[in-house]
Design a protein. Sequence first.
Length: 406
Amino acid sequence: MWWKALVTLLKTIIAAQTAAAKSTVMKLFAIESFDHYSHMTRCISESVWKEITELLSSRIEHLVLQFCAKDANCDAHRIVLEAHWPRLRSLHLQLFPGGTDIISGQRYLSRMVENFLTRHPRIQALRISAVPSMPAYTLSQSFVNLKRAEFSKVTVSHIEAFLRQHPEIADISIQALDRQVAKVHLFHQPISQLRTLRGSSLGVYMFGEALERISFLDFSRIKDLRDIILLKSAPLPRVTCINAHIEREEIGDVIAQLGHCFQPSHFPNLAELVLCCASDEHPIDSDSISSAKRLRLILLGLALSTTLRALHVEYYGGAELPTDKVLAVHMTQFPPAVEYLAWHAPITNKTQYYRILRMRGTPKLQSLPSSRLRVDTKTGLWNQFGGIADGKIILDHSFFPPRLLA
């Protein structure tokens, strides 16, 4: 019944937009047929998928689909992936195991995805995943204006061929690579437009000399902070932003390594750092004063980062920070160039923003209003495709040195 109501709502929206000649047309559609929490497939009937596809395929520019791979033979996948979406510019397709793997069905699903990509060469942003038992994507397609791509299951040889076929790509994310193969530097000269690399440290440093022009390194789900520099063979002077999501290392150990990992000899022009510590220490920082003291240690650990201007800290065991007056007692030392600071406490899902005032006497924090997602003025869409990490960035790293985002 609920899904039928969704179809009715879509019909109402489209009818209203058609009647209003100057109305903004629906451009983005996202749907999940898989429940992350119960690991169950949502029962969306074939007729509903057919109606949704018929209503939207000629209109949508940005499509987000989350399917359960165990249902690879169901008509839902076929209806959506065999349709033609002539306006499509970005695709986020995520597949979940969701139960017993059906190998033959997953091969069929993999072929459907490959065929879909072949039939949509105007995609500019591509983000696709696969379950472990699925065949690796071949990446044999050619996209005329591809700017960003993210793959969770590909071979190194396919990546190399894909990047050489798409010299205009500016942002790539590679999540799953063989450890031994990834240690080989495949790229011995810069890729002309590539500025952002995302993935494990193995995937990032596989790019070798191609790192010379990279400005943004996004290390997702690394085990230890030191992974950031273990495979680095030389300073990276063009890197101005690093996002580090650390899964296993406790925050006390992370703090102890900050000075070494982010010293100027490694990243001499680092201007912005997003630091996420996903492992809780016990006991956790259950009160605001404990979190303030934790943040103080982080700032002291970054004292040698002389070019750092913006810092975003997310700690899963943290609480909200106290008032500015209380913070002034605990926060008396800051890295020399830091201008902006953000602290995120997942337990309350709240981010607090600050600027550092240095007019006279001891520097101090001043609270800023809560931030909001940025809207692309050309499309009217929230800045959503870049993901959560990009939403924490406040500097524009397409410039050197970086500027504040408008």
